[in-house]
Ligand binder design. Structure first.
Ligand code: VG1
Ligand code: CO
Length: 646
């Protein structure tokens, strides 16, 4: 049944109904087999890391284990006591492009997180979580440990039967770090086939620490980020919430693998790395990649940016695939990402960029973001734009990646992503889709079997092996392509490089020069006025009109009709498309935690072989100047320069 239809079945009375029973003592079982989850029982026995005590919460927000004086014990279903805690609606809990993101100090205000989690349960059909299995993970950022306890207690308070929590034994036991976007899918598709949904505690590429950002994403039953039909409903419920259902159970020790039981409710801490690795081995030819990474004439570097992939990098790239032990940079996940901004681009991934553009640079460099779903690919002195990256992967997937041995089913990109992928779809005669910004729009197409490979210009690349973009997948896809092209090269022979592969691609398909200018944390008022001004301009513009030396083909505010469920999404970005294929696009970001971030996307297509190697900023200069003058960006925002150029 379609999600929207299922949500309509929800009645608030069914959500509020409870039954009573008696509490039972908590039981901690480490390394014991769990009958219905046999795969995990083998994982639990792998745990050997030193165990640190869990950190106790010092935040003023709600703690389920302490019975609030104003709370009432209303029932004791499933063998645990549930308290109903009175609360009041909090303004501004609207989900953006990917989850709810705010400053830590906002999330730690009383009941802020608890309200949102309860509103989420109030928004789902009861049968979707009652006695259900949920997955919980995060990117290791500050406040995750405290937040996890709140989420677990509210999930139990609403009748969930079991929660799986990802723990990375490889790094540090006290902070559980995992990319739930990976976990949730592997749980759902590969192992259990029965998870009801997953929480990801991450503000992704936004910085972390007490002064910075925290965030939460909810992924639904097939692992895809929750669609707007659900997030809109959650927002509605945050405005009318008056009680939170919390299980009266102690904080769960998430630092060690195993099962903790409270009556019929249990929490199982699992090792997501082995599980994810198993999935990857079914997608890629690991032997082929190993043959490249173990060559003495090929050097590889991966920058985990002190984020979640630090936990995955060594087991996958070094232990499994034979990369050198020194090839992992910033591999220890830290709560504040080492004071960094865990965004893999030319501005924030400075350590890697300096190495890749320095003397004696490695042959291949890659980085990923806070929660591990973004990626940046570099060759020696060469940057692969994400728009080109997905096009190159799609063009080479069938021969280099076993998962695509029958060819991709279809390709898709977000609207502001360059048209490089469109040309591959044309040539390979594959179905092609253009969706709004945000990974949640790809899920329906994948579930319907229409889409295999997709990407966003924002360093997100992935496939239907899961329902999230996947940074490590993208790195392995690129390594597979390079390995395939060099498989017959003898030691000492010149290897086909990253830049060779991209230049060959441009020679075949033409090059879509692309750049994005970000103006972060502008005053909201000016940014909104600029968008209104542009909307007005769109309504007055006519095809054939001249914009400098460019002739307008069409100007609009992008609207999307989901081909699978018919959902209509309007106002998804203002576009000016010119007759030579050039484009200027304007959007406001939906992932910031303060003010407004303006994004300007600029694209120009080139087939003249003598111009293909030009620097993107030089090639795009006239169009960039036009984009700034058409929007009056400086007047509206007061900004002379962008914060980030990609
Ligand atoms: C940005 C990107 C978008 C991406 C989203 C989530 O959104 O532009 O392409 O899907 O972040 O990525 P916005 O609304 O700020 O432009 V992540 O890695 O934060 O989950
Ligand atoms: Co991310």
């Amino acid at each position: 049944m379609a999600l929207t239809a299922r949500i309509n079945l929800l009645s608030s009375s069914t959500l509020r109904s409870r039954s009573s029973s008696t509490p039972s003592n908590a039981v901690l079982t480490v390394s014991s087999p769990i009958s219905s989850f046999s795969v995990f029982s083998s994982l639990t026995s792998l745990f050997t890391a030193p165990r640190l005590p869990p950190r106790t919460s010092h935040f003023p927000s709600i703690k389920a284990s302490s019975s609030s004086s104003s709370s009432t014990t209303i029932a004791e279903p499933e063998g645990i006591k549930i308290n109903s805690i009175p609360t009041k609606p909090i303004e501004g809990q609207k989900t953006g492009t990917s989850g709810l993101r705010k400053k830590v100090k906002v999330f730690t205000e009383e009941n802020y997180l608890a309200n949102w989690i309860q509103a989420l349960f109030n928004s789902l059909p009861r049968e979707d979580y009652k006695n259900g299995l949920l997955v919980l993970g995060g990117d290791g950022r500050y406040f995750n440990r405290e937040a996890a306890q709140i989420i677990i207690k509210i999930a139990a308070g609403n009748g969930a039967r079991k929660i799986l929590v990802g723990n990375c034994k490889a790094v540090f036991a006290a902070v559980f770090t995992s990319n739930t976007s990976l976990i949730s899918i592997t749980m759902i598709y590969d192992i259990l086939g029965k998870a009801n949904g997953g929480f990801i505690m991450s503000a992704s590429h936004n910085p972390g620490g007490p002064e910075y950002d925290w965030g939460i994403k909810f992924n639904y039953s097939s692992g895809q980020p929750a669609p707007e039909s659900i997030t809109d409903k959650i927002y509605g419920n945050t405005l009318s919430i008056n009680e939170i259902n919390m299980a009266d159970i102690p904080d769960v020790d998430l630092s060690r693998l195993g099962v903790t039981k409270y009556g019929n409710f249990s929490v199982e801490v699992i090792d997501p790395v082995s599980d994810y690795l198993e999935l990857l081995e079914s997608v890629f030819d690991f032997q082929l990649i190993r043959s490249l990474l173990s060559r003495s004439d090929f050097r590889f570097t991966f920058d985990a940016m002190h984020a979640v992939t630090g936990a995955y990098a060594k087991p996958i790239f070094v232990d499994k695939l034979g990369a050198g032990p020194d090839s992992i940079l910033n591999g220890v996940p830290l709560e504040d990402f080492g004071h960094g901004h865990p965004d893999p681009n030319l501005t924030y991934a400075k350590d890697l960029v300096n190495i890749m553009y320095g003397g004696n640079a490695p042959d291949f460099g890659a980085a990923s973001d806070g929660d591990g779903d973004r990626n940046m690919i570099l060759g020696s002195g060469f940057f692969v734009t994400p728009s080109d990256s997905v096009a190159v992967i799609a063009a080479n997937a069938q021969e280099a990646i076993p998962y695509f041995r029958n060819g991709p089913k279809g390709l898709a990109r977000s609207m502001p992503t360059s048209g490089a992928l469109d040309r591959v779809a044309d040539k390979l005669k594959l179905p092609f889709f253009e969706v709004p910004t945000g990974w949640k729009f790809f899920g329906n197409l994948m579930d319907a079997g229409k889409l295999s490979i997709c990407g966003e210009e924002s360093f997100g690349t992935g496939s239907d092996h899961i329902r999230e973009k996947d940074g490590i997948w993208a790195v392995l896809a690129w390594l597979s392509i390079i390995a395939y092209q060099n498989k017959d090269k003898k030691p000492g022979e010149q290897l086909v490089s990253v830049s060779d592969v991209v230049k060959e691609h441009w020679a075949t398909y033409g090059r879509n020069f692309f750049s994005r200018y970000d103006y972060e944390e502008c005053e909201s008022e000016g940014a909104n006025k600029m968008m209104e001004y542009l909307r007005d301009l769109v309504s007055k513009s006519k095809p054939g009109e001249k914009f400098g030396s460019y002739v307008l083909q069409v100007a609009d505010d992008f609207m999307y009709v989901d081909p699978i469920d018919g959902t209509i999404l309007s106002k998804q970005g203002i576009r000016f498309v010119f007759t030579d294929g050039s484009k200027i696009i304007y959007r406001l970001s939906g992932t910031g935690s303060a003010g407004a971030t303006v994004r300007v996307y600029i694209e120009q297509f080139e087939t003249d072989v003598s111009k293909l190697d030009a620097d993107a900023q030089t090639a795009l200069k006239p169009l960039i100047d036009l984009a700034l003058s058409v929007s009056k960006l400086k007047d509206f925002t007061g900004r002379e320069k962008p914060t980030v150029i990609t």
